[in-house]
Design a protein around this ligand. Structure first.
Ligand code: ADP
Ligand code: MG
Length: 901
């Protein structure tokens, strides 16, 4: 075949696939040509050569046949969809090539990541969003219908899929598409729209899972069915061959779960921090699982807390049993350490990609189950729900499969499955006979040299084998002329000669024939064995799931025991009583000061005030995380906790924390607030960490005020609201369920000590100036700020310097009304009706009008800025620049270009 021919074939195969890249088998290599070669060369640092033919030259890059997997993985992880074309021989002996599979992020079987690898489909309709999530590496398959796009985004965030298939309508809906893209890092792949068609999808789902299953799990959502159909068709088309390991359809209703919007999941740093790091997340902190399936399950639990108290009590019972039985727990974890990832192994078997060592892992893990059961049933754990967990899989079937594998596989099988050596003696009669014959020939060969020496009186004789000469008898040069007549010389070397005999050639043919026959037979037997394992995919998934569950529970118990966590008492919604509670993550790195929290129907809305950096945010997140952990079925970091099960947790955190992530602040803040006000119910927990900060002060206060009233009067959700607007604390006088708490600080000799203790009542003052001092704001500014503050407090009035004039202007800031007034009868006012830009030195002194708000606009601008500057979020350099600008404004330098906005 000419190069032109191969490249031509490559290009025409490429036409037929919508994959980004094509790897085409050419003998012992997979080759990429043309543009693909360049892409691959760039992405994987592969050498690109030129293949020329018929006057054209094509870039070409290749990888050895057996090395494709790691390259595929790398390409897919870079976001490419790669088609693989294999070569095959037709009946008439022609060499052809066809695409056998397309590897995409969601259908990569050879993954090395521990996390679940979900492929999702999203089908939007007029009254909901259908979602399907499949992990082909484990056979998990979940479907649901979300009510709104927001809810769908929350689910996408929860599952963190690696690939998303948008349904037909969604593709042209830019707005929804971009909202969903925000909730996931997944790559979006377009896939044949007809796969999502209701009729076809329903058929595919029923084919896959069986009529009765589909009916019994209650899959009645058409949108969800469409999504499921899309996923199934995609998996089938990509040819991963794992469809049959997807045996179980799980339909869930979002209402079974604690509602957690995407923002809240991020804010609470469940799986990763706001900066996108794993370390420092809740999961990272509490994960002590011994196996990757256990880790996956724990992660699933954390992102999918539940509402059902019975179910949660079961988990809590198990955790309690494990937490209080240290020795038994350690034994359980030791046993778990021997388990492999059975769910993934099942998929590997189903797809026909498992080798002998994978089947050995299956064998060993099946053997973990009875040992684990012993470690539970024979100890104080026996009365706990753990007993049910290990009793759930069919243990007899598992034992049978284990025995079968145990009798079949050799202990140290070779990597390849085509060259024999995989099976033990006694597994198969035919194989035994082949092995026996093979061994008798090889032993004849092994002893040939000895015999020849003896029979023909030759010294220096060896018998060996190589690729070109086959088996030969090698005789040292000194005795080479003494060899018998039936020796036929085939080669002369420097110090020796090589001979063969008819008998040796015959034995050689025997060996080769037997080796081939053994290889073939073993491969056949291996495929049969692997197939039987594949048929037990469901059993393997059951066993894997049981092991994972014990692992996740033991992990929760380990963390609880190691960190003094207690079992929460779950009660009706409304109540939230935490004594000596701690933040689950912060407590592991800090000397943590525990705090109490008491909320109930009568005291359902807490306004949390306190100095900057005193611990408000920590206190509120702690409340959310303790509630969440309780609804995961975990112990919680507290001396005691009574937790009313909530239907959802909603949070929004300070615009400034988000600023760091480059999200536009105020609009996002208002969107989040809007979502909370729409979605939260009387049974929800709402955490508001600063609202209205992203806009001007009075705007901000007004919004915060109104939102508080609405949450209190209409939504009636349990709410914690931290604010730096002290004005809001007076709401407690007007709204009966609102109470004030604050984080105490101790101020002595001008020094502030954060006590980190939350006590009832509002703070009376802000400690912002202290923080400014800590942050390195120049001493004169700190002193001046203290001075201003004291005057504000004592006289509710400060002197403002009229622009450019040496005459002070007396203006009053009425703390009660939040209004600026010119103090009656003193000094000269400023008409203050102009903007900062046109207030100028010559207007101020003339103005005598006391009825006008008389603060110099410059002054007002500076005050506004001073107030809205978050010291924590501003670098010292920027602070200095700001302060300098303020100073020159206050000094009336009149440099209007000094940047303020
Ligand atoms: P605020 O929201 O009031 O500005 P944060 O909640 O961000 O304050 O807390 C500021 C710092 O104090 C954080 O570094 C946090 O780790 C620490 N902190 C908060 N609460 C406690 C506590 N109870 N015990 C010990 N350290 C705490
Ligand atoms: Mg804060």
């Amino acid at each position: 075949m000419t190069t032109q021919g191969i490249v031509g074939q490559f290009l025409s195969l490429k036409e037929d696939t919508d994959a980004d890249l094509l790897a085409m088998q050419c003998g012992d290599f997979y080759e990429f040509f043309a543009e693909d070669a360049e892409t691959v060369g760039r992405e994987l640092d592969l050498k690109v050569s030129q293949k020329s033919s018929h006057g054209s030259s094509y870039p070409m890059a290749g990888v050895p046949l057996n090395d494709l997997t790691p390259y595929l993985k790398a390409l897919v992880e870079h976001g490419y969809r790669v088609a693989v074309a294999d070569q095959y021989e037709t009946e008439s002996g022609d060499l052809r090539r066809r695409i056998t599979r397309v590897v995409t992020p969601g259908t990569l079987l050879e993954t090395s990541r521990d996390d679940a690898q979900f492929l999702a489909a999203v089908v939007t309709g007029t009254d909901g969003v259908g979602l399907a999530f499949a992990d082909i590496t484990t056979g998990q398959f979940l479907v649901t219908e979300a009510a709104t796009v927001e809810d769908a985004a929350a689910e996408l965030y929860r599952f963190a899929p690696v690939e998303v298939l948008p349904g037909p309508d969604l593709r042209s809906d830019d707005e929804t598409l971009s909202r969903l893209r925000e909730a996931t890092d997944a790559s979006f792949s377009l896939f044949a729209t007809d796969a999502f068609a209701p009729g076809r999808a329903r058929h595919a789902v029923r084919e896959q899972f069986g009529e009765s299953t589909v009916d019994s799990v209650g899959l009645d959502s058409e949108l969800a069915t469409q999504a499921a159909g899309g996923v199934l068709a995609y998996v089938e088309e990509t040819g991963a061959g794992v469809l049959r390991s997807m045996t179980r359809l799980r339909v869930y209703r979002p209402s079974d779960l604690l509602e957690l919007d995407a923002t809240t999941q991020r804010n609470l740093e469940l799986i990763e921090t706001m900066h996108g790091d794993r370390s420092g997340s809740l999961f990272d902190t509490i994960d002590h699982t011994m196996t990757s399936p256990g880790g996956r399950l724990l992660r699933e639990w954390l992102t999918r807390p539940r509402r059902d108290r019975d179910q949660l009590s079961h988990r809590l019972d198990a955790v309690e049993a494990l937490a209080s039985a240290a020795l038994a727990r350690e034994r359980v974890r030791e046993v778990l350490d021997g388990a492999y990832d059975l769910e993934r192994l099942a998929s590997r078997a189903a797809s026909g990609t498992a080798g002998a060592s994978e089947l050995l892992s299956v064998r060993d893990t099946l053997d973990v189950l009875p040992v684990l059961a012993d470690a539970i049933e024979g100890t104080e754990l026996a009365d706990s729900p753990l007993t049910d967990v290990v009793a759930r899989p069919d243990r007899d079937a598992a034992a049978t499969l284990h025995a079968e594998l145990d009798e079949a596989l050799a202990d140290d099988p070779p990597k390849t499955v085509t060259q024999g050596g995989l099976f033990q003696k006694g597994y198969d009669d035919e194989l035994d006979e082949l092995i026996e014959r093979h061994e008798s020939v090889t032993s004849w060969l092994d002893t040939l040299a000895q015999r020849e020496k003896r029979q023909h009186g030759l010294s220096h004789v060896t018998v060996d084998r190589n690729k070109t000469d086959g088996y030969y008898i090698q005789v040292g040069k000194s005795v080479a002329d003494q060899v018998p007549d039936h020796y036929r010389q085939i080669k002369t070397l420097k110090n020796s000669k090589r001979f063969v005999t008819e008998e040796l050639e015959e034995k050689e043919r025997d060996v080769l024939r037997l080796e081939e026959a053994r290889g073939d037979l073993e491969y056949e037997l291996f495929q049969e064995l692997r197939e039987r394992v594949a048929q037990h995919a469901e059993l393997l998934q059951d066993v894997g799931r049981a092991i994972a569950e014990v692992d996740a529970l033991a992990s929760l118990a380990t963390h609880a025991a190691g960190n003094g966590w207690t079992r929460p008492e779950l009660t009706e919604p409304g109540a939230l009583h935490i004594e000596a509670g701690r933040h689950p993550v912060v407590e592991t790195t800090t000397e943590f000061v525990p705090n109490d929290l008491h909320m109930d129907r009568e005291r359902g809305f807490l306004i949390v005030t306190g100095p900057n950096m005193s611990g408000k945010s920590t206190y509120m997140r702690q409340a959310a995380l303790i509630t969440l952990l309780a609804q995961v079925g975990s112990f919680v970091p507290a001396r005691s906790a009574t937790i009313g099960v909530v239907d959802g947790i909603y949070t929004r955190v300070g615009a400034l924390d988000e600023l760091a992530q480059g999200r536009s602040t105020f609009m996002v803040e208002m969107q989040e607030l809007s979502n909370i006000l729409h979605s939260a119910t009387e049974e929800s927990l709402v955490i508001l960490d600063e609202v209205g900060r992203g806009t001007a002060t009075y705007d901000g206060i007004s919004i915060a005020w109104a939102a508080t009233e609405y949450l209190h009067n209409e939504v009636r959700a349990k709410t914690l609201f931290a604010t730096h607007y002290h004005e809001l604390t007076s709401l407690a006088d007007h709204l009966d369920r609102v109470a004030n708490v604050h984080v105490a600080a101790d101020e002595r000799d001008g020094d502030v000590t954060f006590l980190r203790t939350v006590v009832d009542g509002p703070t009376d003052r802000s400690y912002g100036i202290h923080v400014a001092d800590l942050a390195g704001v120049p001493r004169p500014v700190v002193d001046r700020a203290s001075d201003v503050l004291n005057r504000l407090r004592d006289e509710k009035a400060i002197e403002a310097k009229g622009g450019g004039s040496s005459e002070p202007v007396q203006a009053v800031f009425d703390v009660g009304s939040g209004q600026m007034k010119v103090a009656s009868g003193s000094g000269s006012g400023n008409p203050a009706n102009g903007s900062a830009q046109n207030a100028s030195a010559d207007t101020a002194p003339e103005s005598e009008s006391a009825s006008e708000p008389a603060l110099d606009p410059e002054m007002e601008a500076v005050l506004e800025e001073l107030e809205s500057t978050d010291v924590n979020a501003t670098s010292p350099i920027d602070l200095m620049a700001k302060v300098q600008a303020w100073q020159s404004k206050l000094a009336g330098d009149g440099d209007r270009s000094e940047g303020d906005r």
